[in-house]
Write a protein that binds this ligand. Sequence first.
Ligand SMILES: *[C@@H]1O[C@H](CO)[C@@H](O)[C@H](O)[C@H]1NC(C)=O
Ligand SMILES: *[C@@H]1O[C@H](CO)[C@@H](O)[C@H](O)[C@H]1NC(C)=O
Ligand SMILES: *[C@@H]1O[C@H](CO)[C@@H](O)[C@H](O)[C@H]1NC(C)=O
Length: 449
Amino acid sequence: MKPLHFSLLLLLCLSRTDHGLGRNSGHDQSKCILLEADKGSTLKVFHISSPCSPLRPKTKNPVSWEESVVQTLSEDRARVTYLSSLVVFGKSDSQVAWGRQLIQSPTYIVRVSVGSPPQSFLMAVDTSNDAAWLPCSGCLGCSAGVGSSLFASDKSSSFAGISCGTSQCSKVTSSTCSQNLCTFNQTYGSSTISSTLSQDTITLAQDTIPGYLFGCIQKATGSSVPPQGLLGLGRGPLSLLSQTQSLYKSTFSYCLPSSKSPNFSGSLRLGPVAQPQRMFYTPLLTNPKRPFLYYVNLLGIKVGSKIVDIPPDALAFNPTTGAGTVIDSGTVYTRLVEPAYIAVRDEFRRRMGKAVVSSLGGFDTCYTAPTTIPSITFMFQGLNMTLPQDNFLLRSASTSSNLACLAIASAPNNVNSVLNIIANMQQQNHRVFFDVPHSRLGIARETCT
Ligand SMILES: *[C@@H]1O[C@H](CO)[C@@H](O)[C@H](O)[C@H]1NC(C)=O
Ligand SMILES: *[C@@H]1O[C@H](CO)[C@@H](O)[C@H](O)[C@H]1NC(C)=O
Ligand SMILES: *[C@@H]1O[C@H](CO)[C@@H](O)[C@H](O)[C@H]1NC(C)=O
């Protein structure tokens, strides 16, 4: 059977209740759509809380908008704390994602086929990780939910476990040998995940990649094991980018759909073909200690027409301390180090005049039915990104409360944080083009379809 048949899938609505961000609970009239096969080198990207997402959290009592915001912020905090600690306290090993902690925030997912004949899986897209993994059959402690089955490696004729002492195994930090196979542990939240380094053919849209290396999860202990796989898009020695160098030339772009759009579909375009020809770019910077992260040079932030007065070292890139700004697909709300956040927030509040400020979870700048709202512009080297309101104002789904919050937060102050993170809400409905060979990142507005 051709791989194509496997990506032609009808995703069934699994739940009639709705608790996606920004949607009305209990009034889900959306019809789940027939997903057409992914074509060429472009994969459809879905928001995890899409009505058609099999991974949409299923709870008996749908959470309120306020609760879901607080919950997302707290999940974000764990990721931000992890990314911050990674750049500040870490040792200078570059294979961190493959041998240590693993943080996966599955906000955006794609469908990937693995094996011969191909088996279809959902995988989280994560630009700050260079690892890939799948829960495998026989896994102890993995949860196989609906739409998130385990990979049956024994049914794939092209599957192979990687032996100890191979060059591939040596790239994994702190691997151990188990029955002559290269195994490694990672922590995910409060859980420990034990995987075998493995290889098999994967199919991304219509592209077939033989011998792709990933972690086949054999054992998971703990309660926070995510049900789906991970497709890391970071740069690194075992990353997707490195493994598909001849095919995709370390280039990709995505358009992340808004969680508010009814169809929630965006795209992940792999390789140099069909990328935007004309757009503004900002240089990609490399921290030699954490080469898989995508650092950019954020020079300043404008609120309305005013360039906010931010201490220069709150934004400056410093590969020694890890300070600077990364662009990340897995964090939901942009985090700025405290002095930068306070300067932006104070100017935003000043522009809002006498309107009464309230707070919600970690957001401290919320208004009821705000009217004139100043714009926000990230001033990157070579590129000013003026955010449409939907990219920085989080509006309550319920018309009765009419609350709107500035959806940018201060980096958690329990870590000695030096990292600013441009997160996915701020990138939604933009084409973001990672052009690694030219060390540049392009950003242009685009309505994701
Ligand atoms: C990996 O985790 C398993 C438990 O899942 C444990 O038995 C094993 O000792 C760990 N290996 C290493 C190298 O930490
Ligand atoms: C959603 O998808 C359906 C079916 O593909 C399409 O007809 C409709 O126009 C889409 N709606 C939006 C807002 O894109
Ligand atoms: C960005 O905006 C600033 C301030 O308005 C301006 O000085 C600068 O030239 C702009 N940069 C680009 C690349 O357009």
